[in-house]
Design a protein around this ligand. Structure first.
Ligand code: FES
Length: 107
């Protein structure tokens, strides 16, 4: 069993905000394809985690990182692996934050 479980959200919001690019970067850095694992990492996609307002999201050992950038995801995931599983609780979104989202602004 791998030491770290890494999941890239492939829900609709994360999908349109870059989950495929994020997965490509992680595949390259880990030497794995989505759905594969080695002793260190188990890499795959997951469904919507409920934090669409902070997309794109990646889950590492029950901790979630938000607003993930493909250019920094490798470093961010390595930092997150050092934290205890489940130690990070993301903030809840307000209705105003959700209503003001511009998911397609960069497309
Ligand atoms: S689609 Fe990724 S958190 Fe909802």
């Amino acid at each position: 069993m791998a030491k770290n479980i890494v999941r890239v959200c492939c829900g609709m919001t994360c999908g349109i905000t870059g989950s495929r690019k994020i997965m490509s970067k992680l595949e390259e850095s880990m030497g794995l394809k989505a759905g594969e694992q080695n002793e260190e990492n188990d890499l795959g996609f997951c469904g919507c985690t409920g934090y669409c307002h902070m997309a794109p999201n990646v889950v590492i050992n029950d901790n979630e990182i938000h607003h993930v950038n493909p250019d920094t995801v490798t470093k961010d995931v390595e930092e997150e692996k050092k934290k205890p599983a489940g130690s990070e609780k993301p903030p809840e979104a307000t209705a105003e934050e959700i209503m003001n989202l511009d998911f397609l602004g960069d497309l």
